[in-house]
Design a protein around this ligand. Structure first.
Ligand code: GDP
Ligand code: IMO
Ligand code: MG
Length: 428
């Protein structure tokens, strides 16, 4: 398999973890290029569920994994995850994982600020994961961030922490009414963290490019989804990184000419965690049934996911923004029991049809979905292994998605496990 980028096309949780785990078999390296431990990627192998937040999902297939410069990494969470995976007999030694010296660290004050800001915002909150993602990217942009490379010179690291914490504590106490943090305590906690992390720190861009020169193939693991993108998503109800495929290059230090295939993961319906507009959201029994059957609870925060119909305005937006070359449809099995299945083909706004996803959330909030209705297939699909075995109505529903998106479906997923997957002929 040539270098392949995996991105979410909706608002995250499309099943990227499962697909990255699956496709890692055909890759040599797996790299995360944005986001942080706001991500929760689920893999189910032989009935055992493993959720990763930072370590790329290729680790279960024993592939060399990388955390690129574009990721914001909470070092405490990373070490916990290394221990958690180790307890499941997954090797996450520094032979198997490298973290970019340019990746920014989520510091304890980033977490405090994220959480205190949400409390202060009250019912206007974004519904962040509270993991410090936004405040960390903010410091990166204002050039006050602390990077993994800073751990190499611990004295300088300490100086940087003292300087920045002076300001952060002022902001926490005086503006957010939250308790300040002890800078010396933060520095001293980092002594152990540093000792454990030093062997993992490397110039990831150099390693990836050397690998490619030696014929290695890379799988780029996106986190979140296109509509949570800081620029293209439903701003301000978005995350703080660029989630689209172009950032696979920038966030890992690989030039864009090396991105060969761009695969968009599409849940057969739509979900969203946190606040923000959601045109096809269902507030009825069907929405509840999808939420229950799909076990739609956040893999990071455990929050109930909002559910709605598949939205082609969004998917077409994702096709354009990511240059998708293929689609993976996940959680098809969740729709098995429904009498009718709807696809949103456009939005109606003030008496006219909107073709494109609007930039204003005020406009999006007032868009009414235009639906076409497909008959349900009322067949258990989770045990099917071949395209030919699928009912005609399922095939029609899927063909319609291909037709409207103009992108071929390469993989179908009908259950959480690796085995519940149908690879289409066109895949390789
Ligand atoms: P990610 O963030 O995109 O990796 O997705 P999550 O792991 O947060 O959420 C996807 C959830 O759906 C996980 O619980 C997966 O185990 C599960 N899942 C993935 N694919 C399928 C599928 O085809 N059918 C069903 N029923 N569950 C799936
Ligand atoms: P994966 O990779 C779903 C959402 C949060 C919130 C908004 C901003 O598992 O698909 P943040 O903590 O990033 O500042 O929160 O983004 N969000 C996700 N929703 N899946 C994710 O990741 C998400 N990561 C962030 O719920 O609405
Ligand atoms: Mg998730």
């Amino acid at each position: 398999m040539s270098n392949t980028v995996i991105v979410g096309t909706q608002w995250g949780d499309e099943g990227k973890g499962k697909i990255v785990d699956l496709l890692s078999e055909y890759s040599d390296y797996v790299v995360r290029f944005q986001g942080g431990n706001n991500a929760g990627h689920t893999m189910v192998v032989d009935g055992n569920e493993i959720i990763s937040h930072l370590v790329p999902s290729g680790i279960l297939q024993k592939k060399m994994c990388f955390i690129g410069n574009g990721v914001v990494v909470d070092p405490v969470v990373l070490l916990e995850e290394i221990d958690y995976l180790g307890s499941k007999d997954v090797d996450v030694s520094s032979e198997m994982l490298k973290v970019s010296d340019r990746a920014h660290m989520i510091m304890p004050y980033h977490r405090s600020i994220d959480q205190a800001r949400e409390i202060k915002k009250g019912d206007k909150k974004i519904g962040t994961t509270g993991r410090g993602i936004g405040p960390c990217y903010e410091d990166r942009a204002t050039r006050r961030g602390i990077r993994f490379g800073d751990l190499l010179d611990f004295d300088l690291f300490g100086e940087k922490v003292l300087t920045i914490m002076d300001e952060k504590n002022f902001y926490l106490e005086k503006y957010l009414n939250a308790p300040p943090l002890d800078p010396q305590g933060v520095i001293s906690d980092f002594k152990d963290i540093r000792n454990r992390l030093l062997p993992y720190i490397a110039d990831v861009s150099v390693l990836l490019n050397k690998g490619m020169n030696d014929g290695k193939h890379i799988l780029f693991e996106g986190a979140q989804g296109t509509h949570l993108d800081i620029e293209h998503g439903t701003y301000p109800f978005v995350t703080s990184s660029s989630t689209v495929s172009g950032n696979a290059a920038c966030g890992s230090g690989v030039g864009p000419r090396h991105l060969n295939e761009i695969i968009g993961i599409v849940k057969a319906y739509t979900t969203r965690v946190g606040s923000g507009p959601f045109p096809t959201e269902l507030f009825d029994d069907i929405g509840d049934a999808i939420q229950k059957k799909g076990a739609e609870f956040g893999a990071t925060t455990g929050r109930k996911r909002r559910c709605g119909w598949l939205d082609m305005v969004m998917l077409k937006n994702a096709v354009r923004l990511n240059s998708l070359t293929g689609l993976v449809i996940t959680k098809l099995d969740v729709l098995d029991d429904l009498d009718e299945i709807k696809i949103c083909t456009g939005y109606e706004y003030e008496g006219r049809t909107m073709e494109y996803f609007p930039s204003s959330i005020k406009v999006l909030e007032r868009c009414r979905p235009i639906y076409e209705t497909h008959p349900g297939w009322k067949t258990v699909t989770s045990k099917l292994t071949k395209w030919d075995d699928f009912p005609e109505s399922t095939k029609k529903y899927l063909s319609r998605i291909e037709e409207l998106s103009t992108v071929p479906i390469k993989i179908l997923s009908v259950g959480p496990g690796r085995e519940a997957t149908i690879m289409m002929e066109s895949f390789f």
